[in-house]
Design a binder for this molecule. Sequence first.
Ligand code: HEM
Ligand SMILES: *[C@@H]1O[C@H](CO)[C@@H](O)[C@H](O)[C@H]1NC(C)=O
Ligand SMILES: *[C@@H]1O[C@H](CO)[C@@H](O)[C@H](O)[C@H]1NC(C)=O
Length: 331
Amino acid sequence: MKHSHCSRLLLVCSVLVLCLVTGGARCNKLSSNFYDWTCPGVYNIVQQHVFSAMREELRMGASLLRLHFHDCFVNGCDGSILLDGADGEKFALPNMNSVRGYEVIDAIKADLENMCPGVVSCADVVALAAGYGVLFSGGPYYNVLLGRRDGLKANQSGAANGLPSPFEPISSIVKKFADVGLDTKDVVVLSGAHTIGRARCVLFSDRLASTKSSANPTLDATMAANLQKLCTGGDGNQTTALDVSSADVFDKQYYHNLLNKKGLLSSDQGLFSADEDVVASTTKALVQTYSDDGEQFFSDFGASMVKMGSIPLPAGSADEIRCNCRVPNPK
Ligand code: HEM
Ligand SMILES: *[C@@H]1O[C@H](CO)[C@@H](O)[C@H](O)[C@H]1NC(C)=O
Ligand SMILES: *[C@@H]1O[C@H](CO)[C@@H](O)[C@H](O)[C@H]1NC(C)=O
């Protein structure tokens, strides 16, 4: 038999086994050994796919990391960003023509459905893929907790309004993080994800002084000139590295850039250069710390990723293990 659809029987059994093994009345808590009995090969499969996708295009590690972030911030880490359809989150402004990696997730899920049908959630696939994306970029290993369940619905307006914009002040970004249970430190630590990946001109050209006579005092003049050269005359889709000094390596260089006015997005540089207030002095001190201490950055990054990866679905939401990450299971 070809396992092109989820096997319901196995799903029921695996949940039952899990509840027995963990012995708890609640089976919705994430754990590091969630699939040890039901799909121990999950790590290998995800790892192999992320590895080969990154061999083809190194940037894919960054793209998968961002996919997880944008999934978790809207109705929790529930795979909702993966759902197709006109009302999908993928068509909300922060995601459209921007978020990448959907095909990699599809390929992983297809292999998993062959190996252990109906067992591994799409949300967990995204979380694990993000972890390997970080690791294979030279970043920290952290223990990705598993056991998420997939949501049934996308939330397009939630994506449009809940995801942070590079144009808003840090105080308002801090508020969006607080809305999902993350604090100011998490903002600074997780922004360190911008040590890898790319951004398009439309998302930072507000910082270039093309129409002003005076240069931007929070942007290094040489970097400004280079960005201007890149962006002028294009359609806004040209990309450049978020971390100008080590584009594809996950390291503390992102923070070092901020000390030198070499953050790319306004929301990056703002962590160090915003006008002094309570939030700004907190973020500034943390930037200083991480620019000095890469080990501290790595361990705090892992901790904040676990926290972000645990943002729950709204209370009372229906959930399932989706068969095809792009559509809810047929009734
Ligand atoms: C703090 C608020 C944040 C803002 C305002 C922000 C904004 C952005 C923007 C505008 C881009 C470029 C998108 C494009 O060019 O289409 C980007 C890329 C990226 N972001 Fe963020 N981001 C934030 C936080 C995060 C967090 C928390 C993570 C992950 C933990 C993350 C991971 C990434 C990665 C890895 C990329 C590069 C993706 C790629 O190359 O495909 N960002 N971000
Ligand atoms: C969509 O997301 C917004 C913002 O996160 C939230 O307030 C709203 O309740 C969500 N809607 C649904 C139907 O889940
Ligand atoms: C950028 O590329 C996308 C997809 O290829 C296109 O739809 C969009 O119009 C382009 N953006 C601009 C500002 O031209």
